[in-house]
Design a protein around this ligand. Structure first.
Ligand code: 2AM
Length: 193
């Protein structure tokens, strides 16, 4: 028998806490977007998209993530935008914090090590708010601050109701990176559930 091993479709993301998540939902409603809104439970910021992988490789990826050295940071979400080719309305940032770029660089290095195709385009941090959308007209927003304290390994699961993004595992970012204080190694938590 030649059964194909089960695979999971994986990516790394930042997940908003409950307060920020509420703000995202409020913003989506205020913007009156003409398009298919992302399911509220799926709102996230992609760090690096990996792709399909088997269980053993996933474990190796998780082990590699235990060695990521990256600092906590604040991301200011101060602009909305529209990408006409994928018809996406997004929420994003005019400034990419260096800590975020460094985190993405380390995760891209892990992706490359495990044979995934790494996106060579400059990293554009964004939260997709709606797909199959029309352009937003002149949407000015009150900036939202994202206090990023951890990054997550996510699985994209197809369901009859559409895709569902499930957090598999989370790693903490270092709070006191500059001082090199004790306990500064990223701490990993298994996602609840
Ligand atoms: P997005 O970040 O623009 O919303 C899971 O599929 C997530 O990974 C989505 O949020 C998706 O787009 C992002 N992503 C990035 N590159 C992708 C790719 N090549 N295929 C699928 N999703 C990708």
């Amino acid at each position: 028998m030649n059964e194909k091993p089960a695979t999971q479709r994986l990516f790394f993301a930042l997940l908003p806490d409950a307060t920020l998540h509420e703000r995202f939902i409020r913003l989506c409603n205020e913007l009156a977007i003409n398009g298919a809104p992302v399911a509220p439970g799926n709102l996230h910021l992609t760090l690096v998209f990996l792709g399909s992988t088997d269980a053993n490789t996933r474990l190796d990826i998780e082990r590699a993530c235990d060695s990521v050295q990256a600092a906590a940071f604040t991301l200011t979400l101060d602009q909305t935008g529209y990408w006409p080719k994928p018809h996406i309305v997004w929420l994003g940032s005019t400034v990419t914090p260096p800590e975020l770029s460094q985190l993405v660089a380390q995760l891209n290095a892990i992706a490359a090590r495990f044979g995934f195709t790494v996106d060579t385009r400059p990293y554009a941090p964004h939260i997709t708010l709606a797909r199959k959308a029309r352009a937003l007209k002149g949407a000015r927003i009150t900036p939202l601050q994202w206090e990023a304290r951890g990054f997550s390994l996510m699985e994209s699961q197809p369901t009859p109701q559409g895709v569902r993004y499930v957090e598999l595992r989370r790693w903490n970012l270092q709070q006191d990176y500059s001082t090199g204080a004790a306990g500064s190694l990223p701490h990993s938590d298994h996602a609840p559930g």
